[in-house]
Design a protein around this ligand. Structure first.
Ligand code: PRP
Ligand code: URA
Length: 209
């Protein structure tokens, strides 16, 4: 198995990603776009969510209707930029649990530093959807996935808005079993590890830091 990405190239998504890239887009609109993009991407990434049947009554008749099975998936935010996607995802997956993983990228070494983990106790038995807008070197995603596997998780997917080919290759080598959904694959990483053409620093642009 490989983790060659599923590129979600829907026109609505591509339009919103272009607005996100624009350096003139202010933080308030940037966050709004990240939320909308996350929800559009989830539409594709949650295609296999489990359903169960519930007996209900419409104004006209009784019926057995499909509803999301519980417990639902666990949404995992790779902080801090992942939090904007997480909040948007929670709105459309009401049965989801939440896990926060704090990881920062050292600006000099580009290594991932882990500072926080908080997830549900039954995380190993559930399907996970990891969200992070950016996959650059992939050091952050690889660290998050390694941490989750060490806790017994076997079923997870990663959703990123932008990815670099270098990061996708590294992720595929480290965790070939993890499916990846991306909105766009850019051309390369620059000498500072930024995605080009990219959108800049997703955390800074989300929170105006
Ligand atoms: C950004 C982004 C990813 C990471 C990607 O986070 O949200 O987590 O960089 O880079 P990588 O693939 O090379 O690891 P950052 O470390 O800047 O933290 P922040 O979200 O707190 O700004
Ligand atoms: N993290 C970001 O936020 N942007 C990049 O281009 C690379 C890593």
């Amino acid at each position: 198995m490989t983790s060659s990405p599923a590129v979600i190239d829907h026109p609505l998504l591509q339009h919103k990603i272009s607005l996100l890239r624009d350096k003139e887009t202010p933080s308030v609109i940037f966050r709004l776009l990240v939320r909308e993009i996350a929800q559009l991407m989830l539409f594709e990434a949650t295609r296999d969510l489990e359903l169960t049947a519930r007996d209900i009554e419409t104004p006209l008749t009784k019926m057995t209707a499909p509803v999301l099975a519980t417990p639902g998936p666990v949404l995992v935010s790779i902080m801090r930029a992942g939090n904007v996607m997480l909040d948007a995802a929670l709105e459309i997956i009401p049965t989801a649990g939440v896990c926060h993983i704090g990881i920062y990228r050292d600006h000099d070494t580009l290594e991932a530093g882990e500072y926080y983990f908080n997830g549900p106790p039954d995380i190993a038995e559930r399907a996970l959807l990891l969200v992070d807008p950016m996959l650059a070197t992939a050091n952050s995603s690889i660290a998050a996935i390694t941490q989750l596997k060490a806790r017994g998780v076997t079923n997870m997917s990663l959703i990123c808005i932008l990815a670099a080919p270098e990061g996708l290759a590294a992720l595929s080598a480290a965790h070939p079993d993890v499916p990846v959904f991306v909105g766009a694959v850019d051309t390369h990483l620059n000498e500072k590890g930024y995605i080009v053409p990219g959108l800049g620093d997703a955390g800074d642009r989300s929170y105006a830091t």
